[in-house]
Design a protein around this ligand. Structure first.
Ligand SMILES: NC(=O)c1ccc[n+]([C@@H]2O[C@H](COP(=O)([O-])OP(=O)(O)OC[C@H]3O[C@@H](n4cnc5c(N)ncnc54)[C@H](OP(=O)(O)O)[C@@H]3O)[C@@H](O)[C@H]2O)c1
Length: 251
C-alpha cells in the first residue's frame, strides 16, 4: 500500500487524513472543489502530496482528470471516500428539496463515481483498500436527519455489498461511522454559513476530532492484509444512542 486518494481534502477529516498519511510515508492525492485550500495543503505537505480540484458529483470530469495524474501518483492503492455533507436540520416536510438533491449527489453519487472509476484497477492488481466515511446517522434516526441519514445508510450497505462482491480478492473495505466530531466545517455547511448555530452544536461537548479519525485510518491501513474491519462506529464518550421517542396525545 503506497498511494492513497482522499476526497474532501480541503477541510475537516480529509485534511487531517492527508496530513497523517503523508507523515506515515504514503503518497497522497487530495480531492476537493476549493483549489486554494488544496494548494495551501500542498505547500505544507511537500512532494508526497498532490491534488485534483474536482467536484465529485461530476462523473465525466472525474474520468478525464484521473488520467492526468502524474505517474508517481499511480496506481491508487487506497481510496478514501470522505467528501460529503449534511444540509439543513428541518423536518422532512419543511426541508429544501435542493438540499436533499445535493446530499444525494455528493454523498451517494460522488462516492460511487470514484469507486466505479478506481475499483477495476484494484481488481486487476488484486490489491487495494476502500475506506468509506459513513456516519452514525446511517444507523440511528434523529430529528432532521432524514435524507442525510438515508445517504449514510446507503454508504453502509454499499460498503457491505462491496465486501461481498470482492470475496476472494485481496481488496479490503471498511465503513467508518463517526458520531459527533468538531473541528470541521460540517455544521457550518449544514447551517448554510450560520456560524453561531454551528458553534452551538459543540458547546460543552468533548467531541471527537479530525485527528482521531485520521489516526483510526492510519491504524486501519497498517493492519495485516488478511484482516478486514467491516465497519467501525466511533462516538465521543459524551454521545450515546438515546432510545426511541414517544408522542402522547393529551389525556
Ligand atoms: N463532522 C462530523 O461530525 C461527521 C460525523 C459523521 C460523518 N461525517 C462525514 O465525514 C465526512 C467529512 O466531513 P467533515 O466533518 O470533515 O466536514 P467538512 O469539514 O465540511 O469537509 C467536507 C469535505 O468534503 C468536500 N466536498 C463537499 N462537497 C464536495 C464535492 N461536490 N466535490 C468534492 N469535494 C466535496 C469539501 O471540500 P470543498 O468544499 O472544497 O469541495 C470538504 O473538503 C463527510 O462525509 C461527513 O458526512 C462527519
Amino acid at each position: 500500500m503506497n498511494i492513497a486518494l482522499v476526497t474532501g481534502a480541503s477541510s475537516g477529516f480529509g485534511q487531517a487524513i492527508c496530513r497523517k498519511l503523508v507523515a506515515d510515508g504514503y503518497k497522497v492525492i487530495g480531492v476537493a472543489r476549493r483549489g486554494d485550500k488544496l494548494q495551501k495543503l500542498a505547500d505544507e505537505l511537500g512532494i508526497n502530496f498532490t491534488f485534483l480540484t474536482l467536484d465529485v458529483t461530476k462523473k465525466d470530469a472525474i474520468e478525464s482528470i484521473l488520467l492526468q495524474l502524474p505517474k508517481a501518483f499511480q496506481p491508487i492503492d487506497i481510496l478514501i471516500n470522505n467528501a460529503g455533507l449534511a444540509l439543513g436540520l428541518e423536518p422532512a416536510y419543511q426541508a429544501d428539496f435542493n438540499d436533499w438533491e445535493t446530499m444525494i449527489q455528493t454523498n451517494i453519487m460522488g462516492l460511487i463515481h470514484l469507486t466505479h472509476q478506481i475499483l477495476p484497477s484494484m481488481v486487476e492488481r488484486n490489491f487495494g483498500y476502500i475506506i468509506n466515511i459513513g456516519s452514525v446517522a446511517g444507523t440511528y434516526a434523529y430529528k432532521g436527519g432524514n435524507v442525510y441519514g438515508a445517504t449514510k445508510a446507503f454508504v453502509k450497505q454499499f460498503s457491505a455489498n462491496l465486501r461481498t462482491d470482492l470475496l476472494g480478492k485481496k481488496i479490503r473495505v471498511t465503513n467508518i461511522e463517526p458520531g459527533l466530531c468538531g473541528g470541521t466545517e460540517f455544521s457550518n455547511v449544514r447551517f448554510h454559513g450560520n456560524n453561531d448555530q454551528a458553534a452551538a452544536v459543540y458547546k460543552g461537548i468533548d467531541y471527537i476530532t479530525p485527528e482521531d479519525i485520521a489516526n483510526t485510518i492510519s491504524w486501519l491501513v497498517n493492519t495485516p492484509a488478511h484482516f478486514n474491519v467491516n465497519s467501525l462506529e466511533i462516538m465521543p464518550v459524551a454521545q450515546a444512542p438515546a432510545g426511541l421517542a414517544l408522542y402522547k396525545e393529551s389525556e
